[in-house]
Design a protein around this ligand. Structure first.
Ligand SMILES: [Zn+2]
Length: 270
């Protein structure tokens, strides 16, 4: 059995701890971990971590909550440069967050749209954050044609309508630990086809928790897989193999698009 944790912030853990976190993940059958940057510095960290551990793959992006000082042309160019590196497998973490005290919405829209544009330029899937902004997120995904590169709404906690809209656009729904405690989300999950589901932990250091062993880690992807297995009455091995295949398909989609594009541009030259 091999699981993929398709969204974590592993590079934010204490450096001395990371090899043990990965070891624990491996013991819990998590064979690949995608670590998502949230600003320029953290995106660089995600890339450099992926060079140290062969089961770690980086995403790059500016998170909507990291936009308090705006989204400059320079930031846009830096993220384009990072996203262009061969190791990078997705544009993440980007998105919209309309919770109280979150950064100016106009800036969030600008950053989200521009980063979808970069993803399209480089044929990378987008794995996006969405809080209190479901309608707006879906509208931007449509307007910016993000469905051409595909991707997933991460840490999904939306309702059936939102899930259906995402699936209709060809996106995946990425589920984390909230699935274990939210009955409404379990009901929605029952109606999401297994071939549209991804698994993640969104893990990051949680010093506010009293006991270290309670921190969420990539190893908890197995708990999410077990919960999906329970809800859908599908063998957990099947859940693992389908969701991992989904993640690979989402990533491969980008490569296929790229070769398609290369073929097309070659064609137009001759
Ligand atoms: Zn995240």
């Amino acid at each position: 059995m091999k699981l993929i944790d398709c969204h974590t912030h592993l590079h934010d853990f204490d450096e001395a701890e990371i090899s043990k976190v990965i070891q624990r993940a491996n013991h819990a059958t998590v064979a690949a971990i995608i670590t998502a940057g949230t600003n320029i510095k953290s995106s660089e960290k995600a890339i450099s971590l992926s060079k140290t551990y062969n089961q770690v793959f980086p995403g790059v992006g500016i998170h909507p909550n990291e936009l308090n000082r705006g989204f400059s042309e320079e930031m846009s160019n830096q993220i384009l440069e990072l996203a262009s590196l061969d190791d990078v497998v997705m544009m993440s973490e980007i998105g919209l967050d309309f919770m109280e005290n979150s950064p100016d919405r106009a800036i969030q829209y600008k950053a989200f749209r521009r980063q979808i544009g970069i993803a399209r330029e480089l044929s990378l899937p987008v794995v996006f954050h969405c809080r209190s902004a479901y309608e707006d997120t879906i509208r931007v995904l449509k307007e910016e044609r993000a469905f051409e590169v595909g991707g997933a709404m991460h840490y999904f906690q939306g309702d059936q309508l939102i899930a259906n809209q995402l699936i209709d656009l060809g996106f995946y729904v990425s589920l984390g630990r909230p699935l274990i405690r939210i009955p409404e989300l379990q009901k929605v999950t029952l109606n999401i086809p297994i071939n549209r589901i991804l698994i993640e932990t969104d893990s990051f250091p949680q010093p506010f928790k009293k006991y270290r062993e309670n921190w969420t880690e990539p190893r908890h992807a197995l708990d999410v897989a077990n919960e999906i297995s329970r809800i859908k009455n599908i063998d957990v091995e099947e859940v693992a193999s389908v969701t991992s295949r989904n993640t690979l398909k989402m990533l491969k989609n980008a490569i296929m698009l790229k070769s398609h594009f290369d073929r097309l541009s070659h064609h137009s030259e001759t």
